[in-house]
Design a protein around this ligand. Structure first.
Ligand SMILES: [Zn+2]
Ligand SMILES: [Zn+2]
Length: 308
């Protein structure tokens, strides 16, 4: 029996033979629940197997949100009007290229990501990640999601920077750099080792958080993963609009930041924010390169002076 109410008698009373009947019963017996909470409870009760319900939800959430977010970028790539906002306007990905990428990403989702997704619920239970209704307050969810963005960005910066060293680049990260002008679908086009390592930032950071606080809701985790997927796809879109988020939040990385990384193969290692690359002087692009070269020249000149 599902733990969604944490009460077997109530769950037995509400659960029905069809999803719509279960939903109707939830509405009747628990009218204080919000729209999402009602559907969440009805889904878990109807499935009657929390392990299967969580696994299936996570897998479908990932597939749907990822490809749903990629679709507008694919359409925009076909419309010449939008070229004025394309960061590398001469490099429009062909349909053939995008098709190859789509097949590869889909295959890796089934092979690499299906296993962790199916073992997720038992781990949630062990860690104390709740599936119960009602959900935590909006302010708590907002705080946790903001924190995950900051922590994931930190992990991504260091892991990604490591992937640009020698063997790590040659045997693992090179695959992701196949496209020097990225497009939405390329966000998850990567070696399985890279998917798992960088994926730790997305899933592992909330796990560390719940190990420390003992309090996290699965719905918050679903929201966080959805927003993180949107961020990753948008960062690979290849478009910078006047209304792009980084115009209003200068510390937000956005597509402009990650496009430069793909273009120059070096610098801009962070995912969501610009502060790591700014503070550690690893910004990508000709301007950043020039200022670094100037610095290196002045250091070299000083060293020569010292020797003399
Ligand atoms: Zn890279
Ligand atoms: Zn990338």
């Amino acid at each position: 029996m599902s733990q969604v109410f944490g009460n077997t008698t109530l769950s037995n009373l509400i659960r029905d033979t069809t999803y719509s009947a279960t939903l109707q019963n939830v509405k009747e017996f628990q009218p204080q629940l919000g729209f999402m909470e009602t559907h969440w409870a009805a889904y878990y009760l109807f499935m009657n197997n929390d392990k299967l319900a969580t696994g299936l939800m996570f897998f479908l959430l990932h597939e749907f949100m990822y490809f749903f977010r990629c679709l507008p970028w694919f359409i925009i790539d076909q419309i010449p009007y939008f070229r004025r906002w394309k960061i590398q306007p001469t490099k429009i990905p062909s349909v053939k290229e995008q098709w190859h990428c789509f097949k590869s990403v889909l295959l890796s989702h089934f092979l690499v990501e299906a296993i962790p997704i199916w073992t997720f619920h038992p781990m949630c239970e062990k860690l104390g990640i709740s599936v119960q209704v009602p959900f935590p307050s909006i302010s708590r969810q907002t705080f946790e999601i903001c924190l995950f963005f900051v922590l994931e960005d930190m992990w991504h910066y260091w892991a990604h920077r490591l992937f640009h060293y020698g063997v790590f680049y040659k045997y693992i990260h090179k695959q992701h750099h196949r496209y020097a002008a990225p497009f939405g679908l390329a966000a998850e086009y990567a070696h399985p080792m890279e998917t798992m390592t960088l994926g730790f930032g997305t899933v592992g950071m909330p796990i560390l958080y719940v190990m420390y606080t003992g309090n996290l809701h699965l719905f918050t985790l679903c929201l966080w993963i959805t927003l993180r997927l949107f961020q990753a796809v948008d960062a690979h879109s290849g478009y910078h609009f006047p209304w792009s988020l980084c115009n209003f939040m200068p510390f937000w990385a956005g597509a402009e930041h990650h496009d430069l990384h793909h273009h120059f193969f070096i610098g801009n290692y962070a995912s969501s924010f610009r502060w790591w690359d700014f503070c550690l002087d690893t910004e990508a692009g000709p301007d950043a390169k020039l200022s670094r070269e100037e610095k290196m020249k002045s250091v070299a000149a000083k060293n020569i002076k010292k020797k003399n």
